[in-house]
Write a protein that binds this ligand. Structure first.
Ligand code: GAR
Length: 220
């Protein structure tokens, strides 16, 4: 008999398309993980509806109901722990986590960011990349440490920036790859294959790298 799937808690603030990608991968059996609870800091987050449609517990936890960020984070941590969560995925969770929360779940929190970190952290990563004039941007899943969009990198996807892109077209192209790399990162974690060594994440068992992404292409 196989082992129990990893219990995942997902923190969200909005649309929840990355949450959906993780739920879909789980339901298809592509990842040995199950989302057991979704927590939002925004009552109107569509991500909460997505969770409920799949029979997943969805909690709105209002930051204003707690005296401090740390109190809110402590309450979230208690809810996650109560449900035996082994991995916390930030999926468009737009609040900065307290050092308390990051310390409590050290090595168990991962985040997705719509740029190739360490470039363009923070808000509007796609727009920042476009305005800088990079030819290739992408997305990153990384472990969370006490600094925003900063911890050890698990997986990245490179996505070309096209000359006629605007923020929305580039964001949509990147999002398609977010939905591929996030479930992959969850699966690597669920398999126990990720080892953090300083700033680096070693993937045990080896991985197949992909080479030669250029934009423009090398051929005319
Ligand atoms: C995603 O593009 C994610 O990478 C980004 O918010 C969006 C959430 O979309 N996160 C950040 O910018 C974090 N710094 P979703 O709610 O549809 O998953």
């Amino acid at each position: 008999m196989g082992s129990e799937p990893l219990k995942v808690g997902v923190l969200v603030s909005g649309r929840g398309s990355n949450l959906q990608a993780i739920i879909d991968a789980s339901e298809k059996g592509d990842i040995h993980a199950r989302v057991v609870v979704v927590i939002s800091d925004k009552e109107e987050a569509y991500a909460l509806d997505r969770a409920r449609k799949h029979g997943i517990e969805a909690l709105f936890m209002d930051p204003k109901a707690y005296p401090s960020r740390e109190d809110h984070d402590r309450a979230m941590g208690d809810e996650l722990e109560k449900r035996g969560v082994g991995l916390i995925c930030l999926a468009g969770y737009m609040r900065v986590l307290s050092p308390y929360f990051v310390g409590r779940f050290q090595g168990q929190i991962i985040n997705i960011h719509p740029a190739l970190l360490p470039s363009f952290p923070g808000l509007h990563g796609q727009l920042q990349a476009m305005e800088y004039g990079v030819k290739i941007s992408g997305c990153t899943v990384h472990f969370v440490d006490k600094d925003v969009d900063h911890g050890p990198i698990i997986i990245q996807a490179a996505v070309p920036v096209l000359e006629d892109d605007d923020e929305d077209t580039l964001a949509a192209r990147i999002l398609e790859y977010e939905h591929k790399i996030y479930p992959r990162a969850v699966q690597l974690f669920a398999q126990g294959r990720l080892r953090i060594q300083g700033r680096k994440v070693i993937v045990e068992g080896g991985v197949t790298p992909l080479w030669r992404v250029t934009n423009p292409s090398l051929e005319e």
